[in-house]
Structure formats: C-alpha cells, structure tokens
Design a protein around this ligand. Structure first.
Ligand code: PMP
Length: 340
C-alpha cells in the first residue's frame, strides 16, 4: 500500500482500500482468495463510495445546492456514508431506516448528526416501506434531494470508476473471478462491468443470501426467494436500476451458518472483525474459486468485498444471547464471556 502520499482533503480518504490475501479462504478454495477491505473507508463500509458519488452527481445535476439536505432510505451503512460526506460538504442529512436494524447503526447515525426516522419493516409494495417514506419526505422538503441508492446508477458508477480499476491494478490485471452479494446491486454490477471492460473472461458471480430472489433470477429467470437471513444490507427481491445489465455469469446461494463460520474463522485465525455480509461473500468467493479450480484454470485469482466492520454488530453477531435467539451457532469465546 502506498501510504507516502498525503491526501488534500478528508473525502479523498474514500476508496483506494487495501486488498488482502485471505489465508484460510485460499486454503479452503485451493487458490488465492482476496478481500477488498471496504471497512477501511472513513464510515467503515463499502457504502461511503456510493454516498460520495450520489452526492457529487446531485451537485453536478444542479439539484443539490449549498446548505441543502440529503434524504435517504437505508439499512444503515449508506446513511453513515451520506452523513459523513454531507458534513464534509455542508449539507444536512435525514435518514429513514427500518427499526429492526442494529442499534449500533442507529446510535452511529445520531452521533454523526443525521436526523433519524425509524419506520416498521414492511414489504416494498407497501407505501410505508422505508424507501417510499424517504422519497416522499424529499419531495416535501425544500432544498432536499433523495439519494435513491437502489435505482440511482451513480451508486454503481462508484464501483465502475473506483472499485473495479482498483482491483485490476491491485492484482496486476491477474484477477480471474469476482463475487459479492447484492443489496442495491451497485457493487456487484459496477465491479462486474468495470472488470469486464478490462477482461471479458473474468468470471462474475452473484453470491446471494437465503431470503433473496436474485439467485433464482440469475439461475432460472424467475424472481423467487427461499428461506431467510439475518444479514444486514444484502438480500434483494427485485431488479433495481443498478442491477439492470449486470454481467452475472454464475450464482451461489450461501446460508447464514456458512457465512458466520467464515466471520468466526476470519476473526479467530486472521484477526479481522467483519459483518455477516463479508462472511457470506468470502464463502461465495471460495465457491467461485473451487469452480475455477475444478475447471482446470491455472492459478485462479478470486476477489470479494469485505463490506463493513464487525464493530457495527456487537449487539447482534457478536452477542451470544442474540445468536441463540436466532437459532444460530455461538462462537465458544462468546459463550464463555456471557457465562462469566
Ligand atoms: N454489505 C453491507 C453490510 C451493506 O450495508 C451493503 C449495502 N446495502 C452491502 C453489503 C451491499 O452493497 P450494494 O448495495 O452495493 O449491493
């Protein structure tokens, strides 16, 4: 990593994240598995990139003027990214989120100065869904824009212009596979498009959690979900504008148990504390790596996204009582610390 060159302003800290080889995952897959350290962004998640691009895009269109307000419906990480970028540029932030998201995300948004509006979780077709509530608020507020991350393709542009060329350069053009899960789909679509521009043979795989409809969509053409997941920020039931035209070659479905196994292993053996979407992504990357190995590809190089920090989930993923309540396995040292 080049750390010698100083940055001129805090927004320049977004992106250009390190890429790290994941030892345990590489061993399991039989080839190199790389993790893009998106938790190293100032807001500790991949969504800082989309926040910056959506705000810059609204400014460029002339919709966002000095002193204006950015309003968004978000599961949390996008809101955290928006609040930081908005603070740096002198805008106000209003975030609408479902009230079942982690307490850490809510506390963080409040601490960053965002006005937080909590709504009960409901299906997308319901006008009270957080995305619709946030859009209406923006329409009714003077000087406000709605970021609209799901269908605002400035989101995926952050990955076409940022994440993808970074992965290409960091691997010296040797990358042969990429996979991650989709929330808005901005990351998978944007990285997929940006990498295919450079080498159309790079295999792009969607990794879907249970309870999402995209695995079935890319496998059979039908949007259909099965089971459920406690992973925050991922799991999509429709083809968002960001997902339109996404160059997906293959798809994997990964359970929470499998994702959690990698969350635990990455923490225990490699000292990385991550959220569940990262664990699911790593499990997907292993599946993709094994596929490329089985096909006889020489020296597959597979990358995925380490989406956010696990410190955001201390009351959920890293809490024995919460895991038990959800019927999920508990790491042994969590059991011990709860019992003590
Ligand atoms: N993981 C986490 C923790 C997230 O917050 C998000 C964003 N919703 C994603 C993964 C998925 O990213 P994207 O919206 O680009 O599909």
């Amino acid at each position: 990593m080049n750390i010698t060159k100083p940055f001129g302003d805090t927004l320049a800290l977004i992106g250009n994240t390190p890429l790290v080889r994941l030892e345990g995952a590489s061993k399991e897959a039989g080839c190199d598995i790389w993790g893009k350290c998106e938790f190293a962004n100032p807001g500790s998640s991949v969504k800082d990139r989309a926040a910056l691009f959506m705000i810059r895009d609204a400014e460029a269109r002339g919709d966002l003027k000095p002193g204006g307000t950015v309003i968004e419906g978000t599961a949390g990480n996008t809101g955290i990214g928006i609040a930081l970028v908005a603070n740096a540029l002198g805008y106000k932030t209003v975030i609408v989120m479902p009230d079942n998201q982690s307490k850490e995300k809510m506390d963080t948004l409040r601490a960053l100065g965002a006005q937080l509006v909590l709504v009960p979780p409901t299906k997308y077709a319901d006008p009270n869904h957080f995305q619709h509530v946030s859009r209406r608020m923006a329409e009714e507020t003077d000087g406000a824009i709605w970021a609209g991350q799901f269908d605002n393709v400035a989101n995926r542009r952050a990955h076409i212009e940022g994440t993808a060329p970074e992965l290409w350069e960091q691997t010296g053009g040797a990358i042969t596979g990429f996979t991650c899960a989709a929330g808005t789909g901005g990351t998978i679509a944007g990285v997929g498009m940006g990498l295919k521009e450079r080498n159309p043979d790079i295999r792009i795989a969607l990794t879907d959690p249970h309870g999402a409809a995209l695995y079935s969509y890319f496998a059979t053409g039908e949007l259909k979900s099965e089971g459920s997941s406690v992973a925050e920020g991922i799991g999509q039931g429709r083809i968002t504008a960001n997902l339109e035209g996404a160059p997906i070659d293959t798809q994997f479905r990964i359970s929470d148990e499998e994702g959690l196994k990698w969350v635990e292993q990455l923490l225990r053996e490699e000292g990385l504390c991550l959220g569940l979407s990262s664990g699911i992504n790593v499990a997907g990357a292993i599946a993709l790596g094994k596929q490329l190995v089985a096909e006889g590809q020489a020296n597959p190089q597979v990358a995925t996204i380490l989406c956010d920090t696990g410190f955001r989930y201390l009351s959920t993923l890293y809490n024995a009582d919460w895991l038990k309540q959800k019927g999920l396995p508990v790491f042994d040292w969590l059991e011990q610390s709860t019992a003590a």
